[in-house]
Design a protein around this ligand. Structure first.
Ligand SMILES: Cc1ncc(COP(=O)(O)O)c(C=O)c1O
Length: 454
C-alpha cells in the first residue's frame, strides 16, 4: 500500500471464515453466569426458553475458532468486508505525526456494526424453527439491525425501544417499521415489569435495563418466540470478531501494525469485536494498548464495581460477573443512547480486571467537539457512540504531537450519525449539557447489588 492510499479493501473471498473466541486465551476461567433464583451456575437448559441451542453452545464455547456458516457469510457480503480507512485528513487537521486508521462499520445497511451479530442470531433462530425475535434497543441501532436481519430470514421482530430514544430518534423507528418490525416505547403497559415501573414513575424515560426486562418477559412466555440481545453476551462478542479479523488482514496489506486500538463501549461488543483478535499477540508481549471509551454519564468500567449483577432492571436475567453501576442505575438522557447500559460484557470486564485493557470516560460536549473535528476533516458524521472512540483517538494523536511519536492509532468506527442529527442540532445550538453522576447516586445503585459469595 502506498503511503498516500486511503482505503484498504479485502475481496469477498478474503472475508474471515471463522469467528475468534477469546475465552481459551484468558488467564483465569470466566466466572459462570448464575441462576437468579438458585444462585447456582446456569446450564444450557436454563437458557433454552430464551435462546436457541446453537447460540447457547456458542455462549459456553471452549474452542478458539467457530465456523461461520456460508448462509451468514453470503448476507454479510452485502457490505463486508468493510474498509479500513487511513484518516489522512484528520491527521493533517490535528497536525499529528501519528498514523490514524478507522474500521468503517457504518457501511452496513442499518449503519452500524450491529448487523454482524443480528444476521447470525436471526440465522440460528430460523434454523431452530423460531418464528419471532423479541429485543430491546437503546438508540435504535440494534433494533434496526435486528429488524433488517429478521426481514431477510422471514422472521417477525418485536422491539422495545427506550422511551427517550423513541422520541429523540423517530427515523430509527421508521427504519424498523420499513423492515417490518413492531416497535414499542419502553416502559410499556404490555408487560408486568413495564406496568410496575410506570406505577412508580409514570414519566420514566426508560433505560436499556428496563427494555431488556420487557423483552425477556415477553419472549419467555411465547412458544414461537426467542429473545435476542445486541451486546454483552459472549456469542454476540464472538460474532463481532469478524471486524478485528478483517482489520488484521488489512493492516498486513498496509504494512502497518497498531500501537493503540480503541472502541467505544456500551455493552462492549464493537470494542470486543475489534480488539479481541489482537489480544493473543499482546499477551505474548506485543506492546499494544487497548482502550475502551465510555460516557461520564454511564461510567461502568471507570467507576463501577466488578461484581455479580443482573443484566436487567427487573432481575429476570442470570447474574453475571461484570463491571456494573448496579441494575437500578438510571443513566441520564445523553445522546449516545447505545452507551446507556449499567453493566459491561463479562469478557470485557474480566480483561479490564486483569489489566489487559484500559478504559477512559468522556463528557458528551467534549465527545461532540471530537465528532465535529472528524466530520469536518473526514466527512462522515459519526454516531454519538462512535464519537467517544474518536475523542480518545484524537487525544492520543495529540499526545503524539507533543512527544513527536509516530504511533499507529486505530479505532472502530461503529456507526454513522445520520439518524442522530437532533443531537448535532443540540450541540450546534449550544444547548447540549454534560452529566456526571455524583458519588452518592452511584453508591445508591451499587447498594442494590445482589449478595453473591464468589
Ligand atoms: C453506533 C454504536 N456504537 C456503539 C454502540 C455500543 O454498543 P456495543 O458496546 O455493544 O458496541 C452502539 C449501541 O447501540 C451503537 O449503536
Amino acid at each position: 500500500m502506498a503511503e498516500t492510499d486511503t482505503k484498504i479493501f479485502l475481496s469477498e473471498k478474503e472475508m474471515p471464515q471463522k469467528w475468534f473466541n477469546i475465552a481459551p486465551h484468558l488467564t483465569n476461567p470466566p466466572a459462570p453466569p448464575l441462576h437468579p433464583g438458585t444462585g447456582q451456575p446456569v446450564g444450557p437448559d436454563d437458557l433454552a426458553p430464551i435462546f436457541p441451542m446453537a447460540l447457547i453452545g456458542q455462549e459456553m464455547c471452549p474452542d478458539e475458532w467457530v465456523e461461520i456458516p456460508d448462509d451468514i457469510r453470503r448476507i454479510l457480503a452485502l457490505w463486508r468486508p468493510s474498509p479500513l480507512v487511513r484518516a489522512h485528513r484528520l491527521e493533517a487537521a490535528l497536525g499529528t505525526p501519528a498514523r490514524i486508521y478507522f474500521k468503517n462499520e457504518s457501511v452496513s445497511p442499518a449503519g452500524s456494526h450491529k448487523p454482524n451479530t443480528a444476521v447470525a442470531q436471526a440465522y440460528y433462530n430460523k434454523e431452530a424453527g423460531i418464528e419471532k425475535l423479541i429485543t430491546e434497543t437503546g438508540a435504535g441501532q440494534w433494533g434496526s439491525a435486528l429488524a433488517f436481519a429478521c426481514n431477510l430470514f422471514g422472521l417477525k421482530c418485536e422491539v422495545y425501544m427506550v422511551k427517550v430514544s423513541y422520541h429523540q430518534k423517530p427515523y430509527r423507528r421508521t427504519l424498523m417499521h420499513t423492515w417490518g418490525a413492531d416497535v414499542y416505547a419502553s416502559p410499556t403497559d404490555r408487560t408486568e415489569c413495564g406496568r410496575q415501573i410506570l406505577a412508580q414513575d409514570p414519566e420514566c424515560k426508560g433505560s436499556l435495563g428496563i427494555a431488556i426486562s420487557e423483552a425477556v418477559e415477553v419472549a419467555a412466555k411465547d412458544e414461537i418466540a426467542k429473545y435476542s440481545l445486541g451486546s454483552v453476551l459472549n456469542h454476540v462478542l464472538l460474532h463481532q470478531t469478524i471486524v478485528g479479523l478483517e482489520a488484521q488482514k488489512q493492516f498486513e496489506i498496509a504494512g502497518d501494525s497498531p500501537d493503540i486500538l480503541i472502541g467505544c463501549t456500551g455493552g462492549g461488543s464493537n470494542f470486543a469485536g475489534f480488539v479481541f483478535p489482537f489480544i493473543p499477540e499482546k499477551l505474548k508481549g506485543k506492546d499494544c494498548r487497548l482502550i475502551a471509551v465510555e460516557p461520564t454519564a454511564c461510567p461502568s468500567l471507570t467507576r463501577g464495581k466488578y461484581a455479580y449483577d443482573f443484566g436487567d432492571t427487573s432481575k429476570l436475567t442470570p447474574l453475571v460477573k461484570m463491571f456494573t453501576l448496579g441494575h437500578t442505575f438510571m443513566p441520564a438522557g445523553i445522546h449516545a443512547g447505545g452507551l446507556r447500559y449499567h453493566g459491561m460484557a463479562p469478557l470485557v470486564s474480566q480483561l479490564q480486571s486483569e489489566g489487559v485493557i484500559e478504559s477512559v470516560a468522556f463528557a458528551q460536549t467534549a465527545v461532540f467537539d471530537a465528532a465535529m473535528t472528524f466530520a469536518r476533516s473526514e466527512g462522515i458524521i459519526p454516531a454519538p457512540e462512535t464519537a467517544h472512540a474518536i475523542k480518545a483517538a484524537i487525544d492520543e494523536a495529540m499526545k503524539c504531537k507533543e512527544t513527536g511519536e509516530e504511533k499507529c492509532i486505530a479505532f472502530n468506527f461503529s456507526g454513522h450519525g445520520h439518524f442522530d442529527l437532533a443531537a448535532y442540532d443540540s450541540y450546534l445550538s449550544g444547548e447540549m449539557v454534560d452529566y456526571a453522576h455524583p458519588d452518592e447516586a452511584l453508591c445508591r445503585s451499587l447498594a442494590d447489588l445482589p449478595q453473591v459469595s464468589d
